[in-house]
Write a new protein. Structure first.
Length: 104
């Protein structure tokens, strides 16, 4: 949900790959994508800062972070794939903006 909200607020898309997670893991895809788990942070930054940020994470949290993907133009929408490149979600930003703004 944080990815969708980031796309809505920034009017940008995202190409995401859940490389570290497979269908054999005990967590179902719907639980992973829409569950209310804690202790997660989503960070988006410019390509020029990526190397420094990843070095910092590797030093401070060597096994507790994952690169998910890239920010894309809004027309690309939000795409989330598994590590096998199986598409879990592919939606236009306009569609999720409508659902988000029209909800309770």
């Amino acid at each position: 949900m944080a990815l969708a909200e980031a796309c809505i607020s920034g009017q940008l898309g995202a190409q995401i790959c859940l490389a570290g997670i497979s269908a054999e893991d005990s967590l179902r895809w719907d639980q992973l994508l829409f569950g209310e788990g804690g202790a997660r942070i989503l960070v988006s930054l410019g390509q020029v800062n990526r190397g420094r940020w990843e070095s910092y994470l590797q030093q401070q949290l060597p096994h507790h972070w994952q690169y998910l993907g890239e920010v894309t133009p809004m027309v690309s929408g939000l795409t989330i794939n598994t590590h096998e490149q199986c598409s879990l979600i592919k939606v236009r930003i306009e569609e999720i903006t409508q659902g988000w703004s029209g909800a309770i």
